[in-house]
Structure formats: structure tokens, C-alpha cells
Design a protein. Structure first.
Length: 51
């Protein structure tokens, strides 16, 4: 593996760790809230498509 590949891999790992940390520190919804949000989103998409 070249130095360039190693550096690119490390940059990707740093970016992924940053993303995961930001998401972990963000707001969470309960499973029930998530289901309701998903059901509402799907219902809106069905209405928009006339289903």
C-alpha cells in the first residue's frame, strides 16, 4: 500500500469518527417516535403518488 493510500484511509477514518461523534451527540427519538415519523412519511409519499 502506498503512502497516498494510507493517508487517504486515515482521512476517511477521521471523517467517519467525526460523523459518528456528531450523530451520537445529536438528538435521539424513541422507537415509537421513529415508527410514527416513518409511517407519516410513507403516508405522505403515498398521497403524493395518489395511492
Amino acid at each position: 500500500m502506498s503512502v497516498k493510500d494510507t493517508e487517504a484511509g486515515e482521512a476517511e477514518r477521521v471523517a467517519l469518527r467525526t460523523l459518528m461523534r456528531e450523530r451520537a451527540e445529536g438528538p435521539f427519538v424513541t422507537p415509537d417516535e421513529g415508527r410514527r415519523d416513518t409511517e407519516a412519511m410513507l403516508a405522505a409519499k403515498r398521497r403524493a403518488r395518489g395511492l
